[in-house]
Structures are given as C-alpha cells and as structure tokens.
Design a binder for this molecule. Sequence first.
Ligand SMILES: Cc1cc2nc3c(=O)[nH]c(=O)nc-3n(C[C@H](O)[C@H](O)[C@H](O)COP(=O)(O)OP(=O)(O)OC[C@H]3O[C@@H](n4cnc5c(N)ncnc54)[C@H](O)[C@@H]3O)c2cc1C
Length: 458
Amino acid sequence: MSSARSVPPEATDALRAEVAGAVFVPADPGYNRARQAWTLTVDQRPAMVVEAASAADVAAAVRFARAQGLRIAPQGTGHGAAPLEPLDSALLLRTSRLRGVRIDPDTRTARADAGIVWQDVAVPASEHGLAALAGTAPNVGVTGYTLGGGLGWLARRYGLAANSVTAAEIVTPDGQLVRADPEHEPDLFWAVRGGGGSVGVVTALEMQLYPVPESYAGALFFPVQRAGEVLHSWREWTTSVPDEVTSIGRIVRIPPLPAVPAQLRGRAFAMVEAAYVGDERTGVDLVAPLRKLAPEMDTFATIPAPALSQLHMDPTEPVPAVGDGVLLTDFPAAAADALVGLAGADADTMLISIEVRHLDGALRRPKADGGALPSIDASYALYGTGVAATPEAVATVGGQAQALKDALTPWHASYSYYNTTDTPAPAQALLPPDSYQRLRQIKISRDADDAIISAHPV
Ligand SMILES: Cc1cc2nc3c(=O)[nH]c(=O)nc-3n(C[C@H](O)[C@H](O)[C@H](O)COP(=O)(O)OP(=O)(O)OC[C@H]3O[C@@H](n4cnc5c(N)ncnc54)[C@H](O)[C@@H]3O)c2cc1C
C-alpha cells in the first residue's frame, strides 16, 4: 500500500474556501468515506478528494491540482475503479453530487450532470414514453459508462450509448469549462464518445432518447446441469433473431443471502435473459424456441423500460467484486463447451456470474461521426465476476476470470471492451487502431502532461 502525497494545509484551506462542495485530505474524518469506490475491493488512497457541487467546483479543483502538481482522477460512482493506477499523487475528483437531469420530450434528448446514475434518467424519460441507452444495472454512472461505450438492453437496436451523445460539457486539463458538440471543440466531442475520460473532466452529457415505453423482456432459468444444452440453443438462436432482440446467455451461482427470493437462493442456473423492442405477440414468437426447452422459471412479460434495469439482477449496493471481460469474434459450439467446462455444474469456481452478451446489429454498423468507438467489431462480449472478501479470494477470483478469458482465446477479437476490462490495460488494447491513434494525438495536444488519469491510460 502506498501513502498519499501531502498537500500544504494553507493550500487546502484556500480550496475549501473556494468550492461549494467538500474537500478531504487523509487526516480528515470523512476521507475514508469519500475515497471509497463502489467496488469494495479497490483501496484507492488519493492525496486529496474533492466532492464537487458544481461545474465551477470541478474547474477550481482542476486548477488547484495543476498548481499543486497533483494529477486528477475523475470518478462518479467508482463502479469502474478496478483498473485505475495508484492515486497517491492524485486528486480524486468525485462528481457524485452533480445530480441534475433534464428531459426534453420535444427534441427527445436528456441532459445529465456527471454524477447521475442510469435510473435517474430512465424513470423521468419513461414518463414521456422515452428510453435512454442505459446499462443493465440501475445505479451505474451515466458518465463513465457512456465514455467507455455503453452496452445495454437496447444496444442491438440503437447501438452504443456513446454514439447517441449529442454534446458534452468538459473542464479541460487547464481548468476551462467548455461545451463540446459537432460545432464546438470537435476533437473533445470525438474523444469522449467511446475513448474514455482522458481528455478532461466531464461535467454533463446530453444524449438522444428513443421511443421505447416498454419492452417484452425477461429471463429463463434452467438448472445448471443443463448449461451445455441451454448455451448451445441460445447461441444458435442469436443467429436468427432481429436487431430488436438483445440477449445474454449466462451461468449464475446465486449466493445464499436472505434478501434473495427462496426459489433462487444458493442455487446455480443456466440462463437466457433477453429484451425485445416491439409488441408482445411478436416477442412471444421470438422467445418460443427457447421456451420449448422447458425452463424451470420464466419471467418474460411486457415491462416498462426502467424495469429493464432489474432483469440482470445486478447488485445495487457496493460489493467486493472482481471480474474481467473480453470481446469475442464468435461464440461457436467449442467456445460454449469451453465455458461450460469452467463454469458448469461440475466446476469448482468462485465466479458467481459468467455471461456472454450478443452484439452485432446496430453495434456492428459504424455510426457516421460516431466518435472514438463508432461500432464494435465483435459478435459477443464475455464477462466473468465473483465476490472476493479477502486478498486471497481476490487472487483466486482474478485467476479464475483470467482462466475464463484464456479458455476462449481462439475467439478473442482484436480489441477488448473498455467498460468491462477490469484489469489494468492501456486504451490501445480497447479501441480500433485508427481510433487509438487519433485519441493519442488529441491527448497529446490537450493534456501533454498527462494530468488526467483515466480508467485506461492513453
Ligand atoms: C454492477 C455493474 C454492472 C455493469 N453493467 C454494465 C452494462 O450493462 N454495460 C456496460 O457497458 N458496462 C457495464 N458496467 C461497466 C461500467 O459501465 C463501467 O464500470 C463504467 O466505468 C462505470 O461508470 P461509472 O461512472 O459508474 O464508474 P466510475 O468508476 O465512477 O468511472 C469509471 C471511469 O470513467 C471515467 N469517468 C467517470 N466520470 C468521469 C468524468 N466526469 N469525467 C471524465 N471521466 C470520467 C474515469 O476514467 C473513471 O475512472 C457495469 C459495471 C458494474 C460494476
């Protein structure tokens, strides 16, 4: 464990006087709370934490950090904190107090301050029959998720969340608040749409919304002993469904926690989760081939768009999780067999969830002027995760997530997915080569001193 660099007390006092938010150094009682990421296995110990209460606070904190020779690590929820480099010479700039959201039903757009989580957009948007390209969890941050791409339940129909951003407000590394859109700061506007947050601190995003008031969606649960049969059927099914269907094939081991419904508690399942953007009758027909497998439980129903955030059963409270993922060019029978070998009924594993997301559809078609990640050149996304409450467990679960990736090496795509790469990796490994080269040029021209720390360095 490294210790945080100290900042002169008089400088800290001056910053406290300047900002409306809160400032913490390691000696302060609130420091441990303020530095805590959502992912509890992450032990980040920055030189200072600033909880910004406004965009002006963000700008003041950035100018302060530069004057003190500190680097700057922007963070909302800390869902994506695992791959970050050590922060002991950094100011952790938390945006979680920036919680304004505005829905404009006429232009079908939303403006979300940087600390907003997806449910804060999904619920008010749904009052107008609209949906945002939210992730599968309700409380993942809009900003980190969107800067890294953003794969949710509407992804095969409407693409990555990053490609639906219409403007970003950004504090540049020299402390200026600017608006980036197609007409202003086009290089910054390009970089934040899928290139991560390395070129400045985003204070707000504007994004397009879509007319999706409800969706035919749900999950089919099968005993884990049927994992091979279920995953084979699912992967064949994915080759037949229209872009309106986004789905996940999955093996889960549900912890024996009192909060979990009795029929799921402590059990392992093979699952198919899916959401269809369209009418129920067509949805029933689309799901029929999987229903023929006679699942033990079937939760498919027509649900309002915000309820999609419950489908994947992601934890809403912070957890000590370890995980990792990779993009796959294909998920043929041999890949499904390899996965079942590592996670099926007979496997000795601490991974509580192994999922394969079906991509393609709109995700595969490059969006014109879509930014740093205009499409995903892969057909599936693999992710494995487990709970790890001790350092030994962290090592074991991390090793098992790595083994899972290794087992599917023949199908690895040429780059991985920014948001689910939870181990340290350069941005170069997570973007198409042309995109990375352009992002690198923008980084050099905007942040030559590498003042901004991002989840994956450029
Ligand atoms: C339970 C769970 C479910 C998930 N589900 C999905 C999913 O369905 N689809 C998907 O694509 N991903 C998913 N993810 C991954 C998630 O998108 C990433 O972890 C993402 O980074 C989270 O964004 P955040 O803002 O919540 O996290 P943070 O840890 O706060 O931010 C992550 C990174 O984003 C950058 N960043 C954040 N805020 C700013 C800012 N204001 N300015 C500049 N840079 C900033 C920084 O580099 C930061 O390190 C999930 C993760 C978890 C833990």
